[in-house]
Design a protein around this ligand. Structure first.
Ligand code: AMP
Length: 288
């Protein structure tokens, strides 16, 4: 089902003029926070939001506070017109596109910092990243007045950070997690994939393959440390330049696991290919 009209809001005030009557009227509002350069993974979140909510807001904001690397921020793809066309087609009610001055006006002084689940993994490799994520997600939840917010499992640690923040701050929103959408060869869809050369794109498929193979070996009873050491070597042999991390964590709370898992686990990795950092993760069923 599509709606004929999608409003584009660029200010909190403009957004609230639309969303406040929805809330007063008892409509369920869903939000899908994104950084744009939309692909099928984002659209799967939009579909989940449409199925659950009366009104859907998608946000596009390339959040400078979550980039630890200025060149990565500068190179991040920005395709607002194409994104808007996709979202209109998908039946989104409001596209909210604030700029940095709207999000962080002069004098802005608050940071939300979630300890524990934000440490290590992407939090270790990208200092300050999850403070930026938590701060902007909290603002987006408050600005949109959403009842449900939709996030992708692809950013597994991010989901844990957001859930922890929502619980700790009693934010009145339900967090919904959606599975990772993949290309035909298994590569997780990502806005960063468009920065890969054709040659690097061909090599990138090794990331999900190596993770799946490693997960299978751990479930089959192989020691996680040996299986993961092999997986690191496999990634480098497949043409990745460096592995930021490759770790086994408990799916429920991201606790590091060194032994064969006895409860659901997740194998998580970030690796570099031609100056592009790709992340992915796969479920690991308990051994035995
Ligand atoms: P981003 O624009 O990369 O910040 O992502 C916005 C949201 O879309 C986040 O909740 C991501 O986890 C989610 N997302 C990104 N890629 C995928 C994917 N391949 N499948 C499902 N969700 C995704």
């Amino acid at each position: 089902m599509t709606t004929p009209h999608m409003t584009i809001a660029r200010t909190v005030r403009g957004l609230r003029i639309i969303a406040t009557p929805w809330k007063r009227g008892g409509l369920r509002v869903g939000v899908v926070p994104t950084m744009g350069a939309l692909h099928e993974g984002h659209l799967s979140l939009v579909r989940a939001a449409r199925a659950m909510c009366d009104r859907v807001i998608v946000t596009i904001f390339v959040n400078p506070k979550q980039f630890d690397d200025a060149s990565d921020l500068a190179a991040y793809p920005r395709t607002e017109d194409a994104d808007a066309a996709l979202l209109r087609e998908a039946g989104v009610d409001v596209l909210y596109v604030p700029d940095a001055a709207e999000m962080y006006p002069p004098g802005f002084a608050t940071t939300i910092s979630v300890r524990g689940v934000s440490e290590g993994l992407c939090g270790g490799a990208r200092p300050g990243h999850f403070d930026g994520v938590a701060t902007v997600v909290c603002k987006l939840l408050m600005q949109t007045l959403a009842d449900h917010a939709f996030f992708g499992e692809k950013d597994f640690q991010q989901v844990h950070v957001v859930r922890r923040m929502v619980t700790d701050l009693n934010l009145p929103v339900d967090i919904v997690t959606c599975p990772t959408r993949r290309e035909e060869d298994g590569l997780a869809m990502s806005s960063r994939n468009r920065r890969l050369s054709a040659d690097a794109r061909a090599r990138a498929r090794a990331l999900p393959q190596v993770l799946q193979r490693c997960a299978g070996r751990i479930t089959a009873g192989e020691a996680p440390s040996a299986a993961m050491e092999q997986a690191r070597a496999d990634l480098l042999a497949a043409g990745f330049d460096a592995v930021d991390y490759l770790e086994l964590r408990a799916a429920s709370d991201l606790a590091p696991l060194t032994q064969s898992p006895t409860t659901p686990a997740r194998l998580l990795a970030a690796a570099w290919l031609d100056s592009v950092r790709l992340i992915d993760g796969v479920d690991v069923a308990p051994a035995g």
